[in-house]
Design a protein around this ligand. Structure first.
Ligand code: FDA
Length: 305
């Protein structure tokens, strides 16, 4: 069945959007800010924090960046007005990272400044390897100006990540700890720069997490993988990390039962809530990760056919 899942995954981007939407709905709050507010309120009521993400990436024209920036500025006002317990995540390629680094910086700086006006926080998502150096540079610059209000994502599958952590640790301080979301990494990268093997990625994930905890940095432990969550529990215990010095993070629509079991143990957990019209690339990535996707698609075709 493995080859079949792989085949389905590779043709997903070419399938009719309407079919892909049937499976994507579970991963996306909806297409509008009202959807994001509704879903976030529900998650808050269940005891989860959220991080709000407007879908979109890799623009080709700089004027799109300004439109995206203005949308984020409005989103922040709306989310704050609704008293959501949440912060913001964004993808720099949506603000022109690969077109004009300086313009991208200015756009994102404005968004961070807006979040800061509400004493809130913006996380810079990590994209594919063409973006990593630029995203770290962007983070360094923003962290200098807004030491409490920006964080970065690091990907355990990248061979460079522990070195990046070591290099960035010069910015860490007790008052303003570095704040990293640690995930495995989702993009398809060449073997020369990224680990490919499940066990190898997991070993490096826990090594990176240990470095973060040992050095008093703040991790967003972003995974749905049970061995990693158990590994994280062990490390949190080993370093006696107070409950407010870390959080778990999961994607909307993925492993809700596991998510619940984590907060029932008294840990904090933040759900990543993506929304927007530009849902297609995000959804196809999620669907490729989901080993059940092929059989789900088969079932839907069968029911509909
Ligand atoms: P793994 O892929 O091994 O999955 C473990 C288990 O989780 C699976 O066996 C399955 O049960 C379940 N599962 C995972 N994905 C599923 C799905 N789509 N549907 C149903 N079940 C699923 N990546 C990146 O490169 N840059 C980024 O900025 C981010 N940001 C980010 C934020 C947050 C909050 C999370 C949780 C993840 C990311 N990621 C990311 C994605 C991340 O890199 C990774 O691809 C996914 O989290 C899947 O990896 P896991 O650690 O869950 O393990």
């Amino acid at each position: 069945m493995m080859w079949f899942n792989k085949m389905i995954a590779s043709i997903l981007p070419h399938m009719p959007k309407r079919l892909v939407w049937i499976f994507s709905k579970r991963y996306i709050a909806g297409q509008t800010i009202d959807d994001a507010v509704r879903v976030s309120k529900q998650l808050n009521a269940e005891g989860y924090m959220v991080t709000i993400d407007l879908l979109g990436e890799f623009i080709t024209e700089l004027h799109e960046a300004e439109k995206n920036r203005d949308q984020y500025l409005n989103i922040i006002d709306t989310i704050q007005k609704n008293q959501i317990d949440g912060n913001y995540s964004l993808k720099p390629s949506m603000f022109g990272l690969l077109l004009d680094e300086e313009a991208c910086y200015r756009n994102i700086r404005e968004i961070v400044a807006k979040a800061v006006s509400y004493n809130n926080f913006v996380r810079i998502d990590m994209e594919d390897s063409s973006c990593v150096d630029r995203e770290i540079k962007l983070f360094r610059r923003l962290k200098e100006e807004f030491p409490k209000n920006v964080g970065l994502v690091l990907q355990a599958y990248m061979r460079r990540t522990l070195d990046d952590l070591k290099n960035l640790s010069e910015l860490n301080s007790k008052d303003n700890p570095l704040n990293f979301r640690l995930c495995k990494g989702i993009y398809v990268e060449p073997e020369e720069i990224a680990y490919k093997d499940y066990d190898e990625i997991n070993r490096h994930y826990l090594e990176d997490l240990e470095f973060i905890l040992k050095n008093g940095m703040y991790p967003g432990i972003a995974t749905h993988d049970i061995p990693l969550i158990e590994g994280a529990y062990r490390l949190l215990e080993k370093y006696k990390v107070p409950k407010d010095r870390y959080e778990f993070q999961m994607l909307y629509g993925v492993t809700p039962g596991l998510r619940k079991s984590i907060i029932e143990k008294g840990h904090r957990l933040r759900v990543y809530v993506p929304f927007g019209e530009d849902w297609f690339p995000y959804s196809t990535r999620r669907l490729k990760e989901n080993p059940k996707v092929a059989s789900d698609i088969m079932k839907a075709l069968f029911i509909r056919g």
